[in-house]
Every structure is written in C-alpha cells, then in structure tokens.
Design a protein around this ligand. Sequence first.
Ligand code: ADP
Ligand code: MG
Ligand code: ZN
Length: 236
Amino acid sequence: MTSTSSIFEVMRPTRFSEFVGNARATRLVQGLLSASIRPGLLITGPYGSGKTSLARLVARAIVCERPEAGDPCGLCDSCHYTPRGTSSWGRGISVRNCADYSDAQLKTDLMDSLYASAVPHVLILDEFHRAKTKLSDQLLTWVEDDSANLVVLLLTPFANQVEPPLVQRLTSIQLNNPTMEEAVNFLLRARDRMGYSVSDCDVVEICEANAAQLRACLNLLHAHAAETRVGAVSGT
Ligand SMILES: Nc1ncnc2c1ncn2[C@@H]1O[C@H](COP(=O)(O)OP(=O)(O)O)[C@@H](O)[C@H]1O
Ligand SMILES: [Mg+2]
Ligand SMILES: [Zn+2]
C-alpha cells in the first residue's frame, strides 16, 4: 500500500497546463515568467488549493536550464538538484516554513542572493502568516533592493496578515478551489494513475463531500481505495 504522500507527489503538476482551475492566475504567472517576475509573488488561497504546487512550478521554471514553452523540463541538473540536509526543489531554490524560521536564517538565505549570478535565487516562504514582524521588515529591505538577484514567493491562506508594504511590492496571485467538474476530472486521473479500484460514482461523491478541495479529495480517494482493498481481502 502506498502512502498518502505519494499520491500528492504523483499528482503534483509538473507543467502549467496540469494546474487545475485558476486559469487567470496561471496565465498571469506565465506572463510574468516570460517578462520579469521579480521581486516576487504573494500566492494566497485556501488550504489544498495548490499554493505549494504553483510555487514549485514557478521556482523550477525560473531555475530550469532548458525550459520547454515556459514549463520546467524536469530533467536538467537544476530541476533535480537536492543538497543534503536542506529542503530544496532544485538548484537555487530554498523552501522554508515560517512556523520554524528565524531572522538569522532568513539573513543567511538572503545572502545567497548576493552570489546568485544569471539565475535568481528563489526563496519560498510557506505559511508566511506565521512569520515574525522582524522577518517581514528584513525581507522588505531586500525586496526593495534592486541589486539583489532574488525572487521571493510568499505563500499563505491569509493575505490580510501580510504586512501591507510587502503586499504592495509583490504581485498577488489568488487561488481558488476548482469547479466540481474540474475536481472530478482531476480525481478520475488520480484514480487511474494510482491504479485504485474506486467507481466513477464514488469519485463524484468524494469531490462533493470535500467541496472540490483537491488535497482533501486526494486524501479521501486514497482512504477509500485502502478501505475497498481491505474489504476485498476480508470478503466484506
Ligand atoms: N490547482 C491544483 N492543480 C493540480 N493539483 C493540485 C492543485 N491544488 C492542489 N493540488 C493537489 O493537491 C495536493 C496539495 O496541494 P498543495 O499545492 O500542497 O496545496 P496548498 O499548498 O495550497 O495547501 C498537491 O500535491 C496536488 O497534487
Ligand atoms: Mg502548501
Ligand atoms: Zn530543467
């Protein structure tokens, strides 16, 4: 039996066309990527709407050595690079959770931007509403400094808890849960890719029960598949 985290990994979009719903937000991001995305984005939206997934796509699209029509190739060294002991999704990408992140750590991360050459250093700050005010102040100084080769991606469900000067400097990307139809199609793909034996009817029910919130839908699909398997083995 695979773990729940593997269904999340399998279903994480690897190109922009795989990002479900949010067509306007996706177009805006792609437009910025082809022009200039600095100093960065404030990505907001409910839990499970794809903030982390979008941030990973954007970050990889920035650092990728051979992007294909704006999508990260997923094959080059930069897309794959994972240093030991640190959280990274690719070379030049730092991923931090603000629940457990000090201003000293931020300083170290920001200093990396000074050494970034052609490709900017991408700093992803997740759960940004949990950041201390001091952290926001420090970040603001760097975001205002044009010489730093830095792209920051702030992720939070609570845009109103981010300091207004930071909000003004960044481009706001608001994500929403997809439509029911989009969620059902996504979940049918997840079922087939994972090889789960769950009926179409049950997939629709799962989406309705979770109001098309994709992470919750994936969770329940995984649980349902496990339950069906146990039922099959025990003959119930
Ligand atoms: N808009 C989306 N498009 C494609 N997959 C999504 C989307 N939103 C969520 N998912 C799926 O749900 C999982 C959780 O999404 P995640 O990006 O971690 O959400 P958030 O960071 O907003 O809580 C991901 O692994 C992905 O498979
Ligand atoms: Mg997240
Ligand atoms: Zn690449």
